[in-house]
Write a protein that binds this ligand. Structure first.
Ligand SMILES: [Zn+2]
Length: 311
């Protein structure tokens, strides 16, 4: 049987939120089968649990924000996508994340630090079958026309594969790889995707700060680009780090559906909001998907049984 996975032990991280600039502490705890990923705001007088699922996504401007039932007035947790991406990349199903503020720390701007933390805590195989959400029919979400066209699409696939293309019309970004394909079954998430950092443009910083966004952003946790070049003195971690970060984000955004997907995802200039809209289109019609488990591991997509134990 392909089993669910949780952590072997408790692990902690301290950092600042990218948008809030607030100091925050995370405690990642093992959780029983079928818990999913649950954030717990432990700084409130009464702790509030926010399970990550398609209903809990409350805001997708700049980052993915969740709240109980998606209620924007309820206690929230912002910027969950990099931690969610690490969980998906390592095949983790169940985790309780105690958090002392309303934003996940940005750490180094990628998911590599989360991967390291989760790996250090170790993995536990659980006595319950891992449940996948299998895409059965193609679904698509499109926005704009001509030069402003962007779209994302899910199609049936025995595994989880992502292809992303960006087009920023910016010299420093256009000089790097614009399209990347990544197959989760390759077992290369940690090496090929996890280190890609979030990025920002200096021309946007003043506008974002005036709106109370990106207050914790710096060259320690983001690639910073001015009108022509990358300002970080040590340059890029991958030749195509920008588009790889978009893949990292999409993995985290899609995992917010509450289960790992069996699907092929293709996107052109998509982002958090569109990825969430795509999940809504998918879930809108029960004929689009079903849930599957693998009693016989050999029938699971290639590489999936090894995802986490390969540590
Ligand atoms: Zn990101």
């Amino acid at each position: 049987m392909l089993r669910q996975r949780t952590l072997k032990s408790i692990t902690r991280a301290v950092g600042v939120g990218l948008h809030s600039g607030q100091k925050v502490e995370l405690t990642l705890r093992p959780a029983p089968p079928d818990t999913g990923i649950v954030f717990r705001r432990v700084d409130l007088p009464q702790p509030v649990d926010i399970p990550v699922n398609s209903q809990s996504v409350a805001d997708t401007r700049m980052a993915t924000t969740i709240a109980p039932g998606g209620d924007p007035g309820a206690p929230k947790v912002q910027t969950i996508e990099h931690l969610m991406s690490a969980c998906c990349g390592l095949g983790l199903d169940n985790l309780v994340v105690d958090i002392t503020a309303d934003e996940v720390p940005i750490l180094d701007g990628s998911s590599a630090s989360f991967v390291y933390l989760l790996q250090s805590a170790g993995i536990e195989l659980q006595d319950a079958p891992k449940r996948f959400l299998r895409v059965k029919r193609p679904v698509e979400f499109r926005r704009g026309e001509g030069a402003s066209l962007s779209w994302c699409r899910l199609e049936p696939y025995h595994g989880f594969k992502l292809t992303f293309e960006i087009e920023f019309n910016h010299p420093a970004v256009d000089a790097t790889g614009q399209q990347v394909s990544f197959d989760m079954g390759s077992g290369r998430y940690k090496r090929d995707i996890a280190r890609a950092r979030t990025f920002g443009f200096t021309k946007d910083v003043e506008m974002m700060r005036s709106r109370g966004l990106s207050l914790g952003g710096s060259m320690d946790n983001a690639i910073v680009v001015d009108d022509s070049r990358v300002l970080n003195s040590d340059g890029l971690r991958y030749d195509d780090e920008f588009v790889k970060h978009k893949i990292l984000d999409a993995i985290g955004d899609l995992f917010s559906v509450g289960h790992p997907l069996l699907a092929s995802y293709t996107a052109y200039k998509s982002g958090h909001a569109m990825n969430n809209q795509l999940l809504r289109v998918l879930l809108d019609d029960p004929l689009n998907y079903d849930y599957v488990t693998f009693d016989d591991e050999s029938l699971a997509p290639a590489g999936f049984a090894e995802l986490a134990p390969a540590w």
